[in-house]
Design a protein around this ligand. Structure first.
Ligand SMILES: Nc1ncnc2c1ncn2[C@@H]1O[C@H](COP(=O)(O)OP(=O)(O)OP(=O)(O)O)[C@@H](O)[C@H]1O
Ligand SMILES: [Mg+2]
Length: 260
């Protein structure tokens, strides 16, 4: 399978001021390398602060201005610049955020979808709503009139265009009802069937293992392991100890271990 995205030796540093005048650098992402294949679902797991969102922001080209970034990013085998990323963001590369607050509360859902799905007609958008089990009346609703589950469906739906090649979802399912979670996981599988690659960043390893082709574990700004879900689920004896601990510490595994 061809690679869609390669990140090579990515380092991200931040300049910080402390005690008013002194300056220091912190480097939360260090020499991180990862590659995503076409139509692959790559789950990214790891403790809080391990650099998952920073990787997402680097790929999307939205790191803050006080950051310094080093490394190479390749898209379909070609090295890409910040300008290339800007062209692809919201087009070939789409983002599903953690918070439904991403939607504009003052704008009707239909209008927001029309902005996101640029060339789609109203009829085509109504058809998409139907595909995601949403009534067509929702087109004229404001976000506050919808439930959390419906809003999540809208976020998923709004990244699905014929141009989409890579979706980066950063914690897209926090606190959702199990039924909605299943549905959203199914949506990822249907994206994959369309040939789209998905980077699925999550703390919910159980959900990740259900749909991912591979699972990358981050620790302190590095990829420390890449495994197949079956290795984790079946307790492969060669599985990295930290990944084992992370898996055992999941709420669904009754917090068998504490991750330090
Ligand atoms: N704008 C920033 N300025 C300075 N440091 C930052 C900035 N953004 C992130 N960091 C540092 O980078 C570390 C990694 O952040 P990141 O948001 O990638 O973690 P994460 O793995 O996504 O965590 P979580 O699971 O909680 O979302 C943070 O702990 C923080 O120390
Ligand atoms: Mg994060």
């Amino acid at each position: 399978m061809n690679k869609i995205l390669e990140v090579e030796n990515l380092s991200i540093a931040f300049q910080q001021y402390y005690q008013n005048t002194k300056q220091r650098y912190i480097k939360p992402v260090k020499d991180l390398s990862i590659e995503i294949k076409e139509a692959e679902i790559m789950a990214i797991v790891g403790a809080s602060g391990s650099g998952k969102s920073l990787l997402a922001h680097a790929i999307l080209g939205v790191l803050p201005s006080n950051s310094e970034i080093k490394g190479v990013m390749k898209y379909r085998g070609n090295a890409i610049t910040k300008a290339d990323i800007e062209k692809m963001r919201g087009n070939k590369i789409r983002y599903i955020p953690q918070s439904v607050k991403y939607l504009d509360p003052t704008m009707k859902v239909g209008k927001q979808l029309k902005i996101n799905l640029k060339n789609k007609t109203k009829e085509e958008i109504l058809e998409k709503l139907k595909q995601f089990s949403l009534d067509k009346e929702i087109y004229d609703y404001y976000p506050h009139q919808l439930s959390g589950g419906m809003l999540r469906r809208i976020l998923f739906l709004s990244c699905l265009t014929e141009h989409t090649e890579l979706i980066i979802a950063d914690e897209p399912t926090p606190g959702v009802h199990p039924e909605i979670l299943e549905e959203l996981l199914q949506s990822f599988l249907s994206f994959k069937e369309k040939g789209i690659s998905v980077i699925f960043i999550t703390h919910d390893m159980k959900a990740a293992l259900k749909i991912a082709d591979r699972v990358a574990t981050f620790k302190e700004g590095k990829v420390i392991d890449i495994s197949y879900p079956s290795d984790i689920l079946n307790g492969n004896p060669n599985l990295n100890d930290y990944v084992k601990k992370l898996w055992n510490s999941q709420p669904s595994n009754r917090f068998l271990e504490e991750v330090k």
